[in-house]
Design a protein around this ligand. Structure first.
Ligand SMILES: O=P(O)(O)O[C@@H]1C[C@H](O)[C@@H](CO)O1
Ligand SMILES: [Mn+2]
Ligand SMILES: [Mn+2]
Length: 397
């Protein structure tokens, strides 16, 4: 008999809480997404709902300005660090679900090999330009007008294992962009090109200062190369529901159902709706704006504002939770908006767990790998795990 009839896990994508133990390997020493956003606001910001659950209690030693530790938080608090080789969304989410990505994927800091580019050109009948690591907003600002004239494909990458294709839908219709991405995905699943994600990046606009990316982004992740905790839950008859890009990240594997979202706000609306609709089992939500709209744009103001907007919606969710609901809030990697470059940052991620039916005020300590989260969800539903994580269900007392 499960302890909780419904477990909700919300991933605040890219909200790290300080450099990870192996940050030096990624040249990310000093990264601290939440701490540096707090510094940017000089403490003049607040996340009252998340703080009352215990977010500020994770960092007693170096408090986040504006989100200090409190006496008697309502939830359980801790932080996790990952063992996956990459610091990307796919690695982080798969590891949460018991499948760390320890075998390094293809990274192309100097651009993709000519033979790979040639295949994409032959398939699409379009020339490929750029083929370098780039910020996705800067690359369309710089090459978008060229693309409008020529219909060339803008291919670029980043510090992650990603192959991104940006296309103005006025000259490359969305359906064609998806077809090209699906082809690119099909030729990049095995070494030496085993790439974590192919990402379709549609945008609109007729000049460099009006180009705007749309929410029709689509991430084509690798298929999980082994069962995840989602598969184990599904096989045990526990309903699994994905909100936001969860479905893309797992290529739908292990998910009964799901809903695409257009923003963090939509993501919280859909999560709250899943509760009011009476969905039970595991509800897995990703809120991507912190990463895609603010983190990669090094926009600390926007990131902080988005966190405060999330916190307000979190208050609505807390108000409708019942004693047999369990909520987990965590992240998949960092993306410090005050840090050099525009890539993710290798950080600890916060872990806050709450149920109205639990006394709270518990320290979950420092955990690794992220798979402890999935192991806890499996334990709640009485489903055997594969041993990659340790459940903390019994610490929720
Ligand atoms: O197009 P942008 O710069 O937003 O691309 C970022 C870089 C990451 O690899 C990718 C996935 O998170 O988004
Ligand atoms: Mn992410
Ligand atoms: Mn990202």
């Amino acid at each position: 008999m499960e302890k909780f009839k419904r477990v909700i896990a919300i991933v605040t994508d890219s909200i790290g809480i300080g450099e990870a133990p192996d940050a030096a390997k990624y040249n990310d020493v000093g990264a601290d997404t939440l701490g540096h956003i707090g510094d940017f606001f000089k403490g003049d910001w607040a996340l009252p709902n998340w703080q009352q659950l215990g977010l500020g209690n994770i960092r007693r030693d170096a408090p986040i300005q504006g989100v200090e530790p409190i006496e008697g938080p309502l939830g359980y608090f801790g932080k996790m660090y990952e063992i996956s080789a990459g610091k990307d969304s796919m690695d982080g989410h798969w590891e949460m679900m018991g499948l760390p990505v320890t075998e390094p994927l293809g990274f192309f800091p100097k651009g993709f090999p000519a033979e790979l580019i040639q295949k994409i050109e032959d398939f699409s009948g379009r020339k490929v330009i750029v083929n370098l690591p780039y910020s996705g907003t800067e690359v369309i600002a710089k090459y978008g007008e060229h693309q409008l004239k020529t219909g060339d494909l803008i291919v670029y990458t980043s510090g992650d294992s990603v192959l991104q294709i940006a296309a103005n839908t006025a000259v490359i219709p969305l359906a064609e962009l998806y077809k090209i991405c699906e082809y690119a995905r099909s030729i990049t699943t095995d070494q030496p090109y085993r790439i974590g994600r192919v990402i379709a990046r549609p945008y609109v606009g007729d000049s460099a200062d009006t180009f705007t990316r749309t929410s029709d982004r689509h991430d084509y992740a690798l298929m999980p190369n082994a069962p995840t905790d989602l598969d184990r839950l599904q096989a045990a008859g526990v309903p699994t529901y994905g909100v936001g890009k969860i479905n893309d990240i797992f290529s739908g594997q292990g998910l009964d159902d799901g809903v695409h979202t257009t923003s963090n706000d939509d993501g919280m609306t859909q999560t709250i709706k899943a509760v009011t609709d009476g969905r039970t089992g595991f509800i897995f939500t990703n809120l991507v704006d912190f990463d895609a709209v603010y983190g990669h744009r090094r926009n600390a103001q926007g990131d902080g504002d988005a966190l405060m907007a999330f916190d307000a919606r979190l208050g609505e969710l807390l108000a409708i939770m019942e004693d047999d609901d369990l909520l987990m809030i965590t992240s998949d990697h960092g993306n410090d908006p005050t840090f050099r470059g525009t890539d993710h940052t290798r950080e600890f991620v916060p872990l806050v767990v709450y149920s109205p039916g639990l006394p709270g005020n518990g320290d979950l300590g420092i955990r690794s790998p992220f798979a402890d989260m999935g192991a806890t969800i499996l334990a709640n539903f009485g489903v055997a795990n594969d041993g990659s994580g340790q459940s903390f269900l019994n610490e929720l007392n």
